[in-house]
Ligand binder design. Structure first.
Ligand SMILES: *Cc1c(COP(=O)(O)O)cnc(C)c1O
Length: 376
């Protein structure tokens, strides 16, 4: 058996090397490195894949979130609601923009923002909700859309971990995550479900005027060259990354299917084992593309299991060890710790197992066996 990796980018590259090399070479031969045809081609293919009117490529997933907030005409007292259990970017951009961060607790089953807690956090100052489709599973968008309508809030979906996931509404209508709210964002960080060979990101929207504004904001606030109407950013997806992404986009559904199959095998192997809670099996309406396969390990055994996995050369991840409200940079003494019982428990119990498109059945079974051995 090959050595087990948390993410196997080399194995994935080897599988499509011919196509990728040709695509990269064509950029080299045109030397159109910034805003070249490769970027436009990828943008339009991603629009089609997502069935969304506008894709705005940008430099990374964090910029995508920041540009989204910059487009919404917000002022310093405005409050933005998001989950306490996510990668730092989601909260970081809110604070960078000088806005008020309102963190809320998560749902124990899905690790996603708890929709009933959102409504309790809404005040007259609330302007937007940022749900994060964590670990590849859609947040409860039907409920979130209802709350947003009721209180006239905007929704920015942080879809960095769930590109390709589909959400089904109660009436059977399906939409790709990231295209349900007013704005969706994603990251093409190499280990994401659609990963570039460097940094990259994108914003999605069906709103023509927001799209136009975000395009201008991402380009130094300039529509007509050297005429700056807004204070913007320099945030571009470069052509080399677009050339990689355009090839890999064709395989995204297939890659996500592989992840789902691996997740199913892990869950079958670990069924009924004491002190293990396997990830929520997605119901019909809540898509899951398993960016991470995350277990909860009960009875204070998570850290001991982590040590045992290390001894057996099995990599793992703890996403995330500290809730945002306890991070030094974001700490706010007015925020009460007891608002977050589920998050506070999750950070002590979660462990993510190797998950990528090249994972073999032997590897999954070996990892599962070791976990069972340890917990039995
Ligand atoms: C990766 C990630 C981001 C940030 O993306 P970058 O491209 O690294 O800036 C934002 N939010 C979530 C939930 C992420 O997982």
């Amino acid at each position: 058996m090959k050595s087990i990796k948390m993410v196997d980018l080399k194995g994935q590259y080897d599988g499509i090397k011919g196509e990728l090399d040709a695509s990269l070479n064509s950029v080299l031969n045109t030397t159109s490195f910034i805003n070249g045809p490769a970027v436009k081609k990828f943008q339009s293919n991603l629009q089609e894949y997502l069935n969304v009117r506008h894709v705005i490529p940008c430099a990374n997933g964090t910029d995508a979130l920041q540009l989204s907030l910059m487009s919404l005409n917000l002022s310093p007292e405005d409050e933005i609601i998001t989950t306490n259990f996510t990668f730092a970017s989601t909260a970081e951009v809110v604070l960078l923009m000088g806005l008020k961060l309102k963190l809320v607790d998560i749902n124990e089953k899905t690790f996603n923002i708890d929709s009933s807690s959102i409504e309790k956090a809404v005040t007259p100052k609330t302007k937007a909700i940022i749900p994060v489709h964590l670990f590849g599973q859609s947040a409860e968008m039907e409920e979130i859309v209802e709350i947003a309508k009721k209180y006239k809030l905007q929704i920015i979906e942080d879809n960095a971990q769930a590109l390709g996931a589909t959400y089904m509404f109660k009436d059977g209508k399906k939409k790709k995550t990231g295209t349900i709210g007013d704005i969706g964002t994603t990251s093409f960080f190499p280990s994401k479900n659609l990963g570039a060979y460097g940094d990259g990101g994108a914003i999605f929207t069906n709103n023509d005027s927001l799209a136009q504004k975000m395009r201008v904001l991402a380009n130094h606030g300039m529509d007509k060259r050297y005429y700056h109407d807004l204070v913007g950013l320099n945030s571009r997806l470069d052509s080399m990354q677009a050339a990689v992404l355009d090839v890999k986009l064709k395989y995204l559904d297939n890659y996500n299917e592989k992840r789902r199959n691996s997740a199913e095998r892990y869950s079958n192997n670990l069924k009924g084992i004491t002190n293990v809670i396997t990830p929520n099996i997605p119901s019909d309406h809540q898509g899951h593309v398993f960016h991470q396969y995350t277990l909860r390990i009960l009875d204070s055994k998570r850290d001991l299991l982590a040590e045992y996995l290390t001894k057996n050369s099995i990599p793992f991840g703890i996403y995330y060890p500290v809730p945002l409200h306890k991070q030094k940079a974001y700490y706010n003494p007015e925020v009460e710790n007891n608002l977050f019982p589920v998050t506070n428990k999750a950070v002590k119990e979660v462990i993510s197992l190797p998950m990528h498109t090249e994972l073999s059945i032997d590897q999954i079974d070996f990892i599962s066996e070791k976990i069972i051995q340890f917990l039995n």
